[in-house]
Design a protein around this ligand. Structure first.
Ligand SMILES: [Fe+2]
Ligand SMILES: [Fe+2]
Ligand SMILES: [Zn+2]
Length: 173
């Protein structure tokens, strides 16, 4: 029997027989996916000065990475790589939307990042970008005293680490 699930990180609902291992929208791990009626989701968060600085930076990071992946999805010279970058572009845009909601913005601002034609160069840049995102989110999770902001930063450390493993698997071959 299908049920309605909800991701506690991005807030999006999902219909399925079982909770997915990863949120299909933001990639959050299974522990954050609850039956919709039991899910606790809030984007109405009072931010300290430090939180505000980190959340604004997080939004920029996600827009930049999503724009880079969108570019790569369209001009990458290997079809499987292009599919990977399409998936990552959508997930990073969902991350940007989380920060947009926390910041109470009406829309996600546009990015202007470029990318490469060669799959290997895009994989190398993806690797660097994910390392930077993980390091930033890890530090931001330590700095915040707000439990909701900490929860999101920690969940996204896990998701960006998954992304890092995708480029690592491919750069090894
Ligand atoms: Fe992200
Ligand atoms: Fe990522
Ligand atoms: Zn999610």
């Amino acid at each position: 029997m299908v049920k309605l699930w909800r991701c506690e990180i991005c807030g999006d609902p999902y219909v399925g027989s079982n909770p997915p291992d990863n949120c299909p929208f933001c990639g959050a791990h299974k522990k954050y996916i609850k039956e919709a009626k039991n899910a606790k989701v809030s984007f109405d968060v009072k931010l300290s000065h430090q939180d505000m600085k980190n959340v604004e930076h997080a939004l920029e990071v996600e827009i930049s990475n999503s724009t880079f992946y969108y570019c790569a999805a369209n001009i990458n010279d290997e079809p499987e790589g292009a599919l990977l970058f399409k998936a990552l572009s959508k997930i990073e845009m969902e991350h940007a939307a989380i920060w947009k909601k926390i910041l109470n913005l009406s829309a996600v601002p546009a990015g202007s990042d470029s990318c490469h034609k060669k799959n290997k160069e895009n994989l190398e840049e993806s690797h660097q970008r994910e390392i930077r995102a993980i390091e930033f989110y890890r530090k931001a999770a330590e700095e915040t005293k707000n439990p909701r902001i900490k929860q999101i930063f920690e969940a996204l450390v896990e998701v960006e680490t998954d992304h890092l493993s995708l480029s690592e698997q491919r750069l090894k071959n």
